[in-house]
Write a new protein. Structure first.
Length: 268
């Protein structure tokens, strides 16, 4: 164990990065779960990652506004396509999302095939480098997250069509370069799934608490045991979600939701 790894100068920015990601992903995760399009976050995150890979392939650079623009443009293009397919073929939206994810993932592999550092680039995009973020990197991410949250409040949580897919794409673009594809998925789905059946502010508070505990615990353990931060945070998020189920209010809310769904099926 390496207790010296608990360095606030490293863990501080990483914790703030996690909170920035959770700020938008918790309310969006609730919508993703209610819509039944669970893998849209993986698809959009992978498309944003493809934009980053393409920018690097074209020698734009690994950081900077050009890469941010490439990731944003790619994510918004994917979101626009999914908004269109959602209107045209709503019954096939989930398999279309899966197909888009596979195309984006394999497209990235093809672009990195002849890159000697391709494996490392792909690893960084999948599991992220949250321990190496700086406060200067977090400023634009924080500003964008505040703007997105303001738009959600202005829309009173009613996000349909391009509003949903567009805001979703922008939120994913901000987060995927901070924490990686896997943590984007876990941040969206795990807190939302753990609090399914709860309602209102209680659900949001509980989901945020699960997310914050998962990030804090994962970052601390990864620093002490010298393990990959992104991968470990995914596991600690899942562990915190399971522990939350021991709380009666959380567990009862989920059971009520399941019972309601069963009654609805029986009624049909």
């Amino acid at each position: 164990m390496n207790w010296d790894g608990l360095d606030i100068s490293i863990l501080g920015p990483a914790c703030v990065a996690g909170l920035i990601v959770l700020s938008t992903h918790v309310p969006l995760g609730k919508q993703v779960l209610s819509r039944g399009i669970i893998f849209i976050d993986l698809a959009i995150a992978q498309i944003a990652a493809l934009g980053v890979i393409l920018a690097q392939y074209l020698h734009v650079g690994e950081q900077g506004m050009a890469v941010q623009f490439a990731a944003t443009a790619a994510a918004l293009s994917g979101a626009g396509l999914l908004a269109w397919t959602d209107k045209r073929w709503p019954d096939y939206q989930e398999p279309l999302i899966g197909t888009l994810f596979v195309l984006a993932a394999t497209g990235g592999l093809l672009l990195l095939a002849n890159n000697p550092q391709g494996g490392e680039h792909l690893k960084d995009l999948l599991i992220g480098q949250i321990l190496w973020v700086s406060f200067s990197q977090l400023i634009p991410a924080a500003v964008m997250s505040v703007v997105l949250l303001a738009l959600m409040v202005w829309r009173r949580g009613r996000l349909d069509g391009l509003w949903f897919y567009g805001l979703f794409a922008l939120a994913i673009t901000v987060s995927v370069q901070l924490v990686g594809v896997y943590l984007v998925f876990a941040s969206l789905i795990v807190p939302a799934l753990a609090t399914a059946g709860m309602h209102g502010k209680a659900r949001l508070f509980t989901a945020y608490l699960i997310g914050a505990c998962g990030y804090g615990l994962g970052l601390g353990l990864s620093a002490v045991f010298d393990l990959p931060s992104g991968a470990l945070i995914v596991w600690t998020l899942a562990a915190c979600a399971l522990l939350a189920k021991l709380v009666p209010a959380v567990r009862t809310g989920t059971y009520r939701q399941v019972a309601h769904s069963v009654r609805a099926v029986d009624a049909d």
